[in-house]
Design a binder for this molecule. Structure first.
Ligand code: NAD
Ligand code: ZN
Length: 262
């Protein structure tokens, strides 16, 4: 990707006040978190329907929890990468910045990103499987490893489940509403997602319909590439780093607001 390819986006980002970024598994690849659909993706070794559905959990909660506990262990050893860091900086710089992530790894939060909408929940949240009346909709549990597997609901003593959205489950209406509200933006950047999982994949189309300049950052072409105003072929951690450097140098040469990290 030639550096000039960044210019239309740098111009827009330098002027923008409302920026929305949508991320997928690719943004965490450089942190060592496996993507699902890449060649060495987690799901090449497992059948999705045996692990990430309510039916699978009902059938064998121990197996499903083993998989999630293993992913939590992997994640505990991972660190946010440059892509997470740049987005965290932008979340503090722009007057209105929303980060919608399909990732459940919590790395955006660990990088200090503000205003994160967790579209598919979090591996660090648990929920009561029985939905007992005393339990909150979800609660934080960052223990690695769990003292017992499967972990229990502290309110009713029944099974706890991972606080993630499984295949066949609906997106939390409040999360959906927050995501839709964030599509009223000047620039919408989609980073590291194969854009095949709906409804997340449909968000960028809605942003464009509302007038946003839409950008894809991905080392590979995706099914959605042709629908973007600009496609930047490269790795998230490289492209975002270069974009941020360009924004900073423009900011310091023109003295605009980006130099003073608002
Ligand atoms: P995906 O596995 O379908 O696609 C990953 C995309 O990232 C691919 O298009 C790939 O070309 C791209 N990619 C790989 N390395 C990259 C890099 N360095 N920089 C930028 N892009 C890179 O992932 P998805 O679209 O997020 O899949 C959707 C589902 O997978 C979501 O529901 C998500 O919750 C789940 N998932 C989450 C995690 C996580 O939390 N880290 C990991 C795997 C899958
Ligand atoms: Zn309970």
């Amino acid at each position: 990707m030639a550096s000039e390819g960044l210019t239309p986006l740098v111009r827009r980002l330098a002027e923008a006040k409302r920026v929305t970024v949508i991320t997928g598994a690719g943004v965490s690849a450089a942190s060592g978190v496996p993507t699902f659909r890449g060649a060495d993706g987690l799901w090449s070794n497992f059948r999705v329907e045996d692990l990430a559905t309510a039916a699978a959990f009902a059938r064998d909660p121990q197996l499903v929890w083993k998989w999630y506990a293993w992913r939590r262990e992997l994640l505990a050893a991972c660190r946010p990468n440059r892509a997470h860091e740049v987005l965290a900086e932008w979340s503090r710089r722009y007057p209105k910045f929303t980060l919608i992530t399909q990732n459940v790894d919590g790395l955006h939060e660990r990088a200090g990103t503000e205003n994160v909408v967790r579209f598919h929940g979090s591996l660090w949240d648990l929920q009561c499987w029985n939905g007992c009346p005393d339990s909150p909709p979800s609660w934080r549990d960052e223990r690695v490893p769990f003292p017992e597997l499967p972990p229990r609901c502290p309110h009713c003593g029944g099974l706890a489940r991972p606080g993630v959205v499984w295949f066949g489950e609906a997106i939390d209406p409040a999360v959906l509403a927050a995501s839709l509200a964030a599509l009223d933006c000047e620039v919408c950047i989609v980073v590291g997602t194969s854009a095949v999982v709906y409804p997340a994949a449909g968000l960028v189309d809605e942003a464009r319909r509302r007038g946003a300049f839409t950008v894809e950052i991905n080392p590979e072409r995706t099914e959605a590439t042709d629908r973007f105003d600009l496609s930047l072929q490269g790795r998230a951690e490289d492209v975002l780093d270069r974009l941020d450097a360009r924004l900073r140098s423009e900011g310091s040469s023109s003295g605009n607001r980006l130099s003073s990290s608002q």
